[in-house]
Design a protein around this ligand. Structure first.
Ligand code: NZQ
Ligand code: ZN
Length: 383
């Protein structure tokens, strides 16, 4: 296990009817802005619960954060924050709304060109404080310091991370997820699955707590993922899925381990170019990364096959093949297609992605050996 130091200050408030506790978490005399997406919270009653919980607190609103939030929309929100002297933000929604709020919080005080925030070396000195109310378990944005923003004008989708953008608190009420469309439930399960594999299917560091924890998250996703569609208002299933997602990317399972993230980086390009849902891009790419990188990831793929899918094989090659098929089949069993052709992605996109990665000098993977040429191989076998 590598050395590590770890910090995660997010207060989690989990369970039924917890939105009613909101006002206790907001600093006294704050002027807050509620930020949300396209209106799902108005249809499912979450908006009303928030308004009720804020009784007596001064607030303004900003609606219309898109899925895969746009930089351009975030800047409009920053203008309104400045005009209205807002000093506390409240994100209500899925990962897109929380990510947008992280960017907005940082951009409010950023003195340079705000797109420079998306450069990992950006020096973010200050951000507005904010809390979140999560309605879609997937990204773990509610308990991490990362955000992914899309510049619509150039079809670029980039991530940034900063200790300044941890939420002050996040409220997770699993009943808010009952209204999710089936596709978003499947997306959330797959996104979480791949967050775990990015931190687990790497090299063997003998970090057993992290490994077993990662395996337990994967097992919960498989167990509950296969049941959730038959029992959409089962609280325990939703609670387990919600908490699994938070743990998938709250930082803990990555400690002392090497991390990959190539599936995400390649997937972000597919979303940026074709608008394919984030999790669907991951379902396409992960089996390709496992196949092309199987020599580097051999030990962990076999460990996952055994401990997560219960596969037993003497021959390593067959073991790996069966594990990759098990992952691919699991994604498909959730109703998510796993090949580029299923989404009508033309061959030219492969060249465009390879060129983009070359232009950014990106080399991916836990061993920093997934070059743009290797990415091409990964994409080619997922046609
Ligand atoms: O916009 P509204 O009307 O709220 O509708 C949303 C949206 O259309 C809807 N929805 C959310 N909660 C609902 C609901 N519909 C009914 N009932 C509910 N309870 O679901 C749709 C998708 O929402 P979105 O927030 O886009 O989904 P998700 O949470 O999957 O977030 C995806 C974004 O997160 C980024 C992705 O790249 C993508 O931009 N990621 C962020 C990460 C992070 N911050 O650490 C890591 C991830 O790997 C990921 O990259
Ligand atoms: Zn993700």
């Amino acid at each position: 296990m590598y050395n590590f130091s770890f910090y995660n200050p997010v207060k989690i408030i989990f369970g039924k009817n917890t939105i009613s506790k909101l006002s206790k978490e907001i600093p006294k005399n704050s002027k807050i802005m509620i930020i949300y997406g396209g209106g799902s919270i108005k249809k499912n009653g979450v908006y009303q619960q928030v308004i009720d919980a804020l009784s007596g607190i001064e607030f303004v609103e900003f609606a219309g954060i898109e899925a895969n939030p746009h930089y351009e929309t975030c800047l409009k929100c920053v203008e309104k924050i400045k005009a209205k002297n807002v000093d506390f933000l409240l994100a209500v929604g899925g990962g897109s709304v929380i990510d947008a709020v992280k960017f907005i919080a940082a951009a409010t005080f950023f003195e340079n060109d705000p797109w420079k925030i998306m450069n990992e070396e950006a020096n973010i000195k200050k951000a507005l404080p904010f809390g979140s109310i999560l309605t879609l378990p997937a990204t773990a944005s509610e308990m991490n310091k990362g955000a992914v923003i899309t510049k619509a004008a150039t079809h670029e989708k980039l991530a940034f991370h900063s200790d300044k953008v941890y939420p002050k608190f996040s409220i997770l009420d699993p009943t808010t997820t009952f209204t999710l469309p089936k596709i978003q439930i499947a997306n959330g399960i797959i996104d979480t699955f791949v967050h775990v594999t990015e931190q687990y299917l790497t090299t063997c560091e003998n970090a057993k707590i992290q490994d077993y924890f990662a395996e337990s998250i994967l097992k919960v996703l498989i167990e509950e993922g296969l049941k959730v569609f038959d029992d959409l208002e089962n609280y325990d299933i939703r609670a387990n899925l919600m908490w699994a997602s938070t743990w998938g990317l709250n930082g803990w399972i990555a400690q002392g381990q090497s991390e990959d993230w190539s599936t995400h980086m390649i997937g972000h390009e597919l979303t940026a170019i074709h608008g394919i849902d984030h999790a669907q891009t991951l379902a396409i790419i992960l089996p390709g990364v496992m196949e092309i990188m199987k020599n580097d990831k051999k030990e962990k793929i076999i460990q996952m096959g055994k401990n997560v899918f219960g596969i037993i094989e003497k021959d390593d090659e067959t073991f790996i093949k069966k594990t990759i098929s098990a992952v691919d089949n699991f994604f498909q069993s959730l109703g998510i297609a796993t090949h580029l052709s299923d989404y009508n992605v033309p061959d030219e996109t492969i060249e465009i992605i390879v060129k983009r990665l070359k232009d950014r000098n990106w080399i991916l993977g836990e061993k920093q050996n997934i070059t743009p040429e290797v990415v091409k191989e990964i994409l080619k076998i997922r046609k």
